[in-house]
Design a protein around this ligand. Structure first.
Ligand code: COI
Length: 360
């Protein structure tokens, strides 16, 4: 271990209060959190402490200017009870890519990984055993300078907390293709996992929900023609036997589950195309009877089936995902990798006490 992470454990664990069969998404938090500070050009004081509220200065820059980025990743338990992570290195890289866009200093990848491994190892008993459930891990960085004025902060807090979760969507989702609001344009912050991107999605999502939909499906901000993603996940279409997902173009989040699903489906022999997809292509494929499936991917959403899309007042209903469907296969592959039930041909799964970490 390279970093001297100081560990202060809770006096009494809250774990006995957890009902593993009834875990609401995003509301239960494990016993500990990791924290480090950025001061005078360096990340200092890496520590693990009991999970607790922060004290925050009213002029803290993050509260005014939103300089904050985050990640979402998960730890699961193998069939033999071993805690495992899926592609943690990609999450470290994406956090830094998001940070670079928002002028947030880089976090050494080995610090990120050591922090995640140490924290998950400490709270591994919080990992729900059921396949499809997991310990959600939320790393994030935010600006802490006490200052009024728009400039990059010189101090930051890097925190990681965790919490057990079940499925994000309990049932297939209904999407509204958004024709008024825009999530991101090329050159904007759409590719970064920036906190503000999600704040900007709240009003459109609320309006969509008031019309009976679960989420918006974003279209590009220039022509309202090209599908981008859903507020909570990347999107895939199965058209005439081919799997199609919008190509990342600077305005779409580079979802790690998205990359996994593309590779896993290619391994299974499916043609997977990453290319521009217009909403018209989707509506026409439905009219022609060739739109076979629609599903979203994300850390939280895993693989979530889309059952309806509304565009210009017309709602298309998509056939339910059966046991033979591609979305069912994709979800089984991700869940199977996470539980160790499926062989990890790509070496994506990293045991929490991996030798690579111990030798760091
Ligand atoms: C995730 O998929 O982990 C996200 O951060 C998205 C959010 C909807 C929970």
């Amino acid at each position: 271990m390279k970093y001297d992470i100081k560990i202060t454990k809770v006096k009494e664990s809250r774990l006995p209060q957890l009902d593993f069969d009834n875990i609401p998404f995003g509301k239960v938090f494990s016993d500990h959190m990791f924290v480090a500070n950025y001061e005078n050009g360096a990340w200092v004081n890496p520590r693990i402490e009991p999970f607790a509220a922060f004290q925050i200065h009213p002029a803290s820059m993050v509260l005014h200017y939103g300089q904050s980025v985050f990640e979402g990743m998960k730890a699961s338990k193998s069939l033999h009870g071993k805690p495992m992570l899926l592609r943690p290195d990609m999450h470290a890289k994406r956090l830094n890519a998001s940070g670079a866009r928002m002028c947030i200093p880089e976090i050494p990848e080995d610090l990120f990984l050591e922090a995640v491994h140490t924290l998950v190892d400490l709270d591994k008993d919080w990992i729900p055993p059921k396949e499809g459930s997991a310990l959600y891990i939320r790393p994030y960085v935010y600006a802490t300078d006490e200052f009024i004025g728009v400039k990059p902060s010189e101090s930051y807090t890097f925190c990681i907390f965790t919490g057990p979760v079940g499925p994000y969507y309990a049932k297939p989702v209904r999407l509204l293709a958004e024709e008024t609001f825009v999530r991101a344009v090329k050159g904007g912050t759409g590719e970064a996992k920036a906190a503000g991107n999600y704040a900007a999605s709240l009003l459109p999502a609320r309006l969509a929900q008031s019309k009976g939909f679960d989420q918006v499906m974003w279209l590009d901000g220039n022509e309202f023609k090209y599908v981008q993603e859903v507020g909570t996940m990347n999107i895939f279409f199965v058209i005439d036997g081919k799997v199609v997902t919008p190509a990342t173009d600077g305005a779409i989040l580079k979802g790690i589950t998205r990359y996994c699903v593309m590779d896993l489906l290619r391994d299974k022999g499916y043609t997977v195309e990453e290319r521009p997809v217009t909403i018209h292509e989707v509506m026409e494929a439905h009219a022609a009877g060739t739109l076979q499936e629609v599903f979203g991917t994300g850390t939280a959403a895993v693989v979530s089936v889309v059952e309806a899309i509304s565009y210009q007042g017309k709602v298309i209903e998509i056939a339910a995902a059966g046991p033979e469907s591609i979305s069912t296969l994709a979800k089984a592959e991700i869940d199977g990798l996470r539980s160790g039930r499926i062989e990890d041909a790509h070496n994506w799964v990293v045991p929490v006490d991996s030798p690579a970490l111990i030798n760091m």
